[in-house]
Design a protein around this ligand. Sequence first.
Ligand SMILES: [Zn+2]
Length: 365
Amino acid sequence: MTTVKNIIHELESTFPLEWQESYDNSGLQLGSLSAPVTGILYALECTEEIVQEAIEKDINLIVVHHPLIFKGLKRITTDSTIGRIVSLCVQKQISVYAAHTNLDNHIEGVNGKIADKLGLTQRKVLSEKTGNLYKLSIFCPSDSVDQVHHAVCEAGAGSIGNYYNCGFFSEGIGHFTANEKANPTVGKAHVPIASKETKMEYLSESHRLSEILSAMKSSHPYEEVAFDVLRLENNNQALGSGIIGRLPEAMNENAFLEQVKSTFGCSVIRHTALRNIPIQNIAVCGGAGSFLLQDAIRKGADVFISGDFKYHEFFEAEGKIVIADIGHYESEQFTSELLCELLRPKFPEIKMSISKLSTNPIRYV
Ligand SMILES: [Zn+2]
């Protein structure tokens, strides 16, 4: 029996909540962790129509990108849309889960999906985040290095970009003396020991640290493990806002915008003046991405695909880049596909459906 908790565990081991912005409210919003899942409906946001669709399909878990409950909810009455949605979900025992900025902030999240649709290669995060990387140093008797290395790497230590099991080992002498309460692996009480040890150093992401430390402790032969955890100022290459990548071949600006229009089903693309040059470097940010414009210019993007640009912000292109506002909904619509592709192989027995309803509140004439 698959529960909501099982599904969340899978979602959050790929896109942990720690990656979300401080203002955000990702995670389980409504429902129960212990509820058995009858099916999953994916949508960009949870509207009344989406809840109706879930009811009709006998689905009791809705997974969305935009949180249903974002600001504080002061009352739940059926006079407001949000009140009606919450009431209906509670009444029908439907759980609602949102993966928002934790999904925006990873190279394989929302923007990775947009880059897939555009066929971008050589992707890099446009504005990398700092503060979630740690250096773990473990002091280990040299003959136990292999088992500790295997255990901590298995738990997620030593991952750098596309490389895994990365560590640095240096040899030295560890000095210690046990007291009478100790149960030392080597030596006995009050007899100083000098033992050949290896210092093992690893990079570790914050959300994996507690698992890595418990793997370290259970694989290490010593009663007291000597280790250091230091917070680093290094950027995390995979974490941050936006992506810049390259088209396989340079394109004409008009042809590219036409292609974007058809791929994302845009009625209109609001863009700044074309520069009449072949383009190849493309920056993307799903949703409201104007805060990344200078990063996109600095990193040499020819075009910046995003949404929610305001009138005055278009002036900031200053002929250095083409801003192409394809719409907030249009840019993020494939997020449902991303979430479904993540969970489908893990839970083949669960009915899954990507809603075909557009939840876009904006209409074009
Ligand atoms: Zn959004």
